[in-house]
Design a protein around this ligand. Structure first.
Ligand code: GTP
Length: 205
């Protein structure tokens, strides 16, 4: 059974809880308590593989960018960074969060920067009040080497389900790649150890 941990990050009111609840329950619920961190669990199956999904939805009272500083970024295997297309400040926060994820990963994981991330422009139904163009979102995602999609938690389940599924697949690949790398470097160091021991023995005979 795979354990997959995701974190949703973004500024206050961007729609993180709405996006997550849409994914987990297929429903859109208008208002959520936003004064506490929440950890959601779900058992699911993707491509025939069973997995335990944990999703962290931190409370973002004040600036969303501040939230990520306060939470352990190295806890999550993947991130969904949410902004509101009708609020430019939330887009600027998202940019800052993407930068912080990169920097934290470099600091904590010895240069590992390729953690799976999805940038989400939420509230696409509010395009009459749009402040951030789709191109700007795409461009930011390209520069941050992450997937990008505009969605509406209020209107659609399919897009949100699709992007979570894609992110989870990416995370599973990433974890497998990391485990393979560890095993490889583990077997390399084991080979080195054996070599040292037998090498020494040979020399001593
Ligand atoms: N029109 C529209 N409103 C949305 C959408 N998604 C969320 N909202 C509304 O935006 C407000 C904030 O949504 P939340 O999901 O609580 O946002 P959040 O990012 O979790 O906010 P915090 O918990 O305060 O950090 C709520 O009133 C939601 O009903 C959407 O796709 N379209």
């Amino acid at each position: 059974m795979n354990d997959i941990k995701l974190a949703l990050l973004g500024s206050q009111g961007a729609g993180k809880s709405a996006v997550l609840v849409r994914f987990l329950t297929r429903r859109f619920i208008g208002e959520y308590a936003s004064n506490a961190n929440s950890l959601y669990h779900k058992r699911m199956s993707i491509d025939g593989r069973q997995l335990n999904l944990e999703v962290f939805d931190p409370c973002s009272q004040g600036s969303g960018a501040r939230c990520i500083m306060e939470e352990p970024v190295d806890w999550a295997d993947g991130f969904v960074v949410v902004y509101n297309i009708s609020d430019r400040t939330s887009f600027i926060d998202a940019e800052d969060i993407l930068r912080q994820i990169r920097e934290a990963r470099v600091d904590n994981c010895k240069g590992e920067v390729d953690v799976p991330v999805c940038l989400l422009g939420n509230k696409r139904d509010l395009c009459h009040a749009r402040q951030v163009s789709e191109d700007e979102g795409r461009c930011l995602a390209r520069g941050s080497r992450c997937h990008f999609q505009e969605v509406s938690a209020a209107e659609s389940y399919q897009d949100i389900a699709g992007l979570f599924t894609q992110l989870i697949r990416q995370v599973m690949e990433h974890l497998k790649h990391r485990a393979d790398r560890r095993r490889y470097s583990g077997s390399k160091s084991m080979a080195k150890l054996i070599n040292n021991v037998f090498g020494k023995r040979r020399r001593s005979v």
